[in-house]
Design a binder for this molecule. Structure first.
Ligand SMILES: Nc1ncnc2c1ncn2[C@@H]1O[C@H](COP(=O)(O)OP(=O)(O)OP(=O)(O)O)[C@@H](O)[C@H]1O
Ligand SMILES: [Mg+2]
Length: 500
């Protein structure tokens, strides 16, 4: 076909054609790799003019790593021996900037079949490459958040069951220690109680990760809260660690549970401390920022709170996993792997997110994004206030366990140990949303009578009674719902939610 007159192309026309192509760099190399022709596309993509580049060796287009790795020679030899070398990777422009290139190097032969040079075609596909990169990252991110979501559900269920077990263990230890004066036994009960308390702390953090920890959000000015937290953080750091901060005044309000925010920052600071050997710096900063669909689709104004350290950093393969519950690189007994899980759960549950950026050997920055609240007056009334429960229980230890459980469920609790105090509290502390009382109590008035009296003053008040005693007392109490002792977190929570 090339011999057909219509397809005869003079070398002049050929040059016009090659120069009309501006999206591809098309040029020739001699057998040693020196540039012997150059089109407009090459000038546009690589930045060298024809005069500058003719005669130069083509290795100047490669990055330093590739040059040191011998890639130019490899390309040349592969094309000379096998006819073609194809590659995709970073290349350099004249000004030193990089672009992602798709390149083909083809051997060129004359009519006698002698190798006379190499034709090189390069295409700048940086944009496509970056789009692909962004897509991959988004996919990775989605997978990661789906994984954490699934883990959250599993963990939440487990933590719930564990709470029940721990309530029983702790309750039994409490009861047991009340039935003995044997010092050895008392010590053992104390050990059981401590272990159960330790377990409760762990389940709390698990619930936090699973976003089932009841939060008590308040609208706060972050500047003040952060500044007072800095004092707390200082106490948990070694003296050779420097804690600096950059917290501008007047940051917009956010709506979060302040104690969980404090706990998150403490968890981050402790991690930073552990990542630094010897002396180092930890920097706490806060700014305002606007997000447009970044980070799992967050939109709007956020306060970004960052904690940066110059510690050991996290290797990329671990950085994906640090938010998972129980992921730790610390020695047994030094870390549970729940610190960042709490931070993650808190951020998500507060309508925000958390991001981690780390460079091994250089340090780590963790940033919490928390949504701002621009109309505090309206928002504050929108938020239902925590329901208030009056708890009456004469057993001091049981009362404490029960109070903890109720608070964990998100209630505000006022505790009284006998009916008289309960009545007084009720008179002073209106409004109460529910009365939860033990039936048998010292001091003349029992729980049933207390309930009757309180009902006279507030007829609609939901009442829940509890007892561990005789059938007779139960039938008497039947006008009110009854929860049998020993009750569990689950059964208590259910009984109360049926009433409220
Ligand atoms: N600032 C940091 N620098 C380096 N590594 C970190 C940093 N923060 C977290 N990590 C890594 O992430 C892991 C998980 O952190 P996380 O706070 O969840 O658990 P932990 O610190 O190991 O234990 P816990 O916080 O329950 O005591 C750590 O073991 C550590 O390997
Ligand atoms: Mg930690």
């Amino acid at each position: 076909m090339a011999d057909h007159p219509a397809f005869q192309l003079s070398s002049e026309n050929y040059e016009v054609l090659v120069n009309a192509v501006v999206d591809y760099a098309i040029y020739m190399l001699d057998l040693n790799g020196h540039v012997i022709s150059w089109n407009v596309g090459a000038e546009r993509i690589k930045g060298y003019s024809r005069e500058e580049i003719l005669g130069e060796h083509f290795s100047c287009f490669f990055t330093e790593e590739d040059r040191l790795g011998g890639k130019p020679d490899l390309a040349l030899n592969t094309a000379k021996n096998g006819g073609r070398f194809q590659d995709e990777g970073w290349r350099l422009r004249k000004d030193g900037t990089r672009f992602w290139a798709l390149t083909v190097l083809d051997a060129v032969y004359d009519r006698q079949g002698r190798l006379i040079g190499l034709a090189k075609i390069t295409r700048d596909i940086t944009e496509r490459h970056e789009a692909q990169q962004r897509l991959n990252e988004a996919r990775e991110q989605l997978l990661q958040s789906q994984k954490l979501e699934a883990l959250g559900q599993l963990t939440g269920g487990l933590a719930h069951d564990f709470n029940n077990l721990l309530t029983i263990i702790r309750g039994a230890a409490d009861l047991g220690s009340r039935k003995t004066t044997d010092a050895g036994l008392l010590r053992q009960f104390e050990a059981i109680r401590n272990a159960a308390d330790h377990g409760s702390n762990i389940t709390r953090q698990l619930l936090a990760f699973a976003r089932r920890e009841p939060l008590r959000p308040q609208i706060i000015g972050p500047s003040e809260t952060l500044r007072s937290t800095v004092q707390l953080l200082r106490q948990s750091l070694r003296s050779e660690l420097q804690l600096t901060c950059d917290i501008p005044s007047g940051l917009p309000s956010i709506e979060v549970d302040p104690s969980q925010l404090e706990l998150s920052l403490l968890n981050l600071a402790v991690n930073a401390r552990d990542a630094i050997t010897g002396a180092g710096t930890i920097h706490l900063s806060a700014t305002c920022c606007e997000l447009h669909d970044q980070y799992d689709g967050l939109q709007g104004n956020f306060v970004a709170i960052s904690l940066r350290d110059n510690g050991c950093g996290i290797s990329p393969e671990f950085a994906q996993r640090v938010f998972e519950p129980f992921f730790t690189t610390k020695q047994f007994g030094q870390g549970t792997g729940l610190g960042l899980s709490q931070v993650y759960g808190f951020a998500k549950q507060s309508g925000g997110d958390v991001r981690l950026h780390s460079e091994p050997g250089k340090g780590t920055t963790v940033t919490l994004y928390l949504p701002t609240r621009t109309r505090p007056d309206i928002d504050a009334t929108d938020q239902p206030a925590a329901k208030h429960i009056l708890l009456v229980e004469d057993d001091v230890n049981l009362a404490q366990v029960c109070k903890d459980m109720l608070e964990m469920m998100g209630f505000q609790v006022t505790l009284a140990h006998d009916a008289a105090t309960a009545m007084q509290t009720f008179n002073q502390l209106l409004p109460v949303d529910l009365l939860f009382s033990d039936i048998r109590m010292p001091g003349g008035t029992n729980g049933l009578e207390l309930a009757n009296r309180i009902r006279q003053r507030q007829p609609e008040l939901p009442v829940l009674l509890t007892t561990g005693f005789s059938e007779a007392q139960r039938s008497e109490a039947l006008i009110y719902p009854l929860l049998n002792k020993p009750y569990t977190y689950e059964s208590l929570s259910q009984a109360i939610s049926e009433l409220l």
